[in-house]
Structure formats: structure tokens, C-alpha cells
Design a protein around this ligand. Sequence first.
Ligand code: NAD
Length: 356
Amino acid sequence: MTKKIVVLPGDGIGPEIVAEAVKILEKFREEGLNINLEYGLIGGAAYDETGTPLPAETLEMSKQADAILLGAVGGYKWESLDISVRPEKGLLGIRSELNLFANLRPAILYPQLADASTLKPEVVAGLDLMIVRELTGGIYFGQPRGIRTLDNGEKQGFNTLVYRESEINRIGKVAFDIAAKRQGRVCSVDKANVLESTELWRETMTTLSKSYPDIELSHMYVDNAAMQLVRAPKQFDVMVTTNMFGDILSDCASMLTGSIGMLPSASLDENSKGMYEPIHGSAPDIAGQNIANPLATILSAAMMLRYTLDEASMADRIEKAVSKVLDDGLRTADIYSAGMTKVSTSEMGDAVLAAL
Ligand code: NAD
């Protein structure tokens, strides 16, 4: 059956980088991959045309799709708009409407780029870890929440950290399944010594692990995990954690690699339908100049092939092609260093295509 892919280029560098990933998907289609690409508007581009950052038409086509490839949203032009119609609202809207509860954020440092990290090359060279973050529960969504005035007139802000067993189980399963395709190790990150909701998280992960005898489960408190990520990040294979801890740890992990233009991400629902996007934003400072790094978006397309389209060998080919162009010394401006060959966005995309 034909798989439907919705392409949402968005704003800033979004259209430039998405075009390079689409070139690769089109090549696979020519080789027989049964996909159909359909384009939609999101973010500032959608606001300009329709008055809303997430038009009903985009949402509807995304609901019907098997996967979504997104560029990025936002930019100076829309910064003064009311928050309800800002480009970022479109992104948050689509994530929650599609119930994308599992956020996969790999942090991979290609050995060729070890100098780009702020850490010593021997600490990070060859880093390949996957953070699985729960995305639709926890303290960002828990009720009650708000700011109230106490009897003494003082204001008090409050939020609620809640997790149900079913929510923990479903994110745990995603992490265990991914670990089964990697090195077979899951580190569950919590604060079970202080927070009851994460005490339940730890208990539930431990029970779940009994169904995965080949996976090694360990537990770590979040403060230690933050420390270990910068001390010895290569000890981790898959980390699974709550929404807020994952928000913080995944940004920390991505910076270990020093190159924001290299990192893809996926957000999945219970049926492995997913939205795939680079972790970076719309980079309005370099938009329209054909100098942005398209590799994060190209690697997001590889994740789409692996996790939604079940085409692991095509995903492998993309990842190997990226490694090959880096071996050949090709670099966009953001990862350029002396002695390498500086290339544009489209030249980088063409080089990956040729290396396939
Ligand atoms: P950003 O990630 O867009 O840019 C940060 C820096 O990294 C900039 O100097 C930029 O030029 C550079 N950069 C980012 N991606 C690059 C790439 N592929 N190649 C080369 N350089 C790259 O973050 P920001 O500047 O804080 O935000 C800009 C806009 O993007 C804002 O409107 C923000 O709200 C939005 N944003 C969107 C997303 C998203 O769509 N997922 C994520 C983060 C920020």
C-alpha cells in the first residue's frame, strides 16, 4: 500500500533543508519505495496565507498521513504576533493533536566532527546515544496548574507531576524496542528518591523489563544522569525519561555533539506514525542564503524510513552516505574547519544523493 508522507517545510531555512531530504526520498521512490508526498503549510508561512499557524487542512492531511517531514517554524517577522497565532503554536498544536507521545532524540557524533564538540574528542568521538522522552504527559500537562493567591495575599505558582502506569508502560516499550535494535541497554532516568510519581516510573519500568529478558535495564537519578552525560556520555545506549527531564537532558546531549545542524528527531504515536524534524529551529539569520546544513533533515528522513516505513536498509544507506560525504571532507559553514571543502545546502544534498 502507498504510504502517505506529508511534507511541511515551514519557515526560514525550512524549505531549503526539506528540499534536500525530499531529493533523497524521491530517489528511493524511483527505486521502488511506495510513497506519495503531499505538501502543506505550517508556522509563519501558514499564518501569512491563512491567518493561522496550523490550518485545518494541514491538520487533516497530517492526521491521514503515515509520516510527516517537517522543516522548522518561526522567525523575526512573526515575533510580535499574539502568542495564540505565533508560528510555534502550529508546531505544539500538531504534536498534541496527533498524540505523538514518544520523542526520539539521537545524539550522534560522527568521528569526523569530534573537534566540533566542546568536550575532549576522546570523551565524545563516536558517541551514539538515543534519548527517548515522554512527550504528552508529566508536569507540562498535569492538572491542577496555575498561579493562585494565598490567604495571606502572597502569590503561589503550582504544577502537578502525574504519570499513569499505562503512560509509563507505553514509553517504556518504545525504549526497550529501540534498544533491541541497538546495543540492548536501557537507562531509565527518574528522581525516585524524592518524587512519588517517578517512584512509580521506576517500579513500572522494572516490571516491564521482565518482558524483555535480553535488554539490560539500569536506573539513574536525573541529577547524576546530567553529570554522567558530560563526564562519560558513551556509557549510554538508550535513555528513557519523563517529559521535563527529557527536555533538559536531550538539549544537553545534543550539545555534546557541538553541531546543531546534524541532529534529527522523531515523535511517534502508538502505531509508529511519526513526525520527523531536525532539532534546530528556522535559523532566520541564515535563511535564503543556501548555506544551512541539511544533514539533520536528511537524517530525519532516515529515521522516518527506519521507524515508520520499516525500511531499515534504506535508513542505513542514508546514514552511511552522510558519513561518506564527511569522510570526503565536505562541510557546510556551521561544521567547517580548516582544510575541509565548504559546500552549500544544495551541494551537500547532492553529495549525499551521489553517495547513496
Ligand atoms: P535556531 O536553531 O533556529 O538557530 C540557532 C543558531 O544555529 C543560529 O545561529 C542558526 O543560524 C544556527 N543553525 C540552526 N540550524 C542550522 C542549520 N541547519 N545549519 C546551520 N546553522 C544552523 O534557534 P533560534 O535562533 O533560537 O530560533 C530561531 C527561530 O526558530 C525562532 O523563531 C524559534 O522560535 C524557532 N524554533 C523553531 C523550532 C522548530 O521549528 N522545531 C525549534 C527551535 C526554535
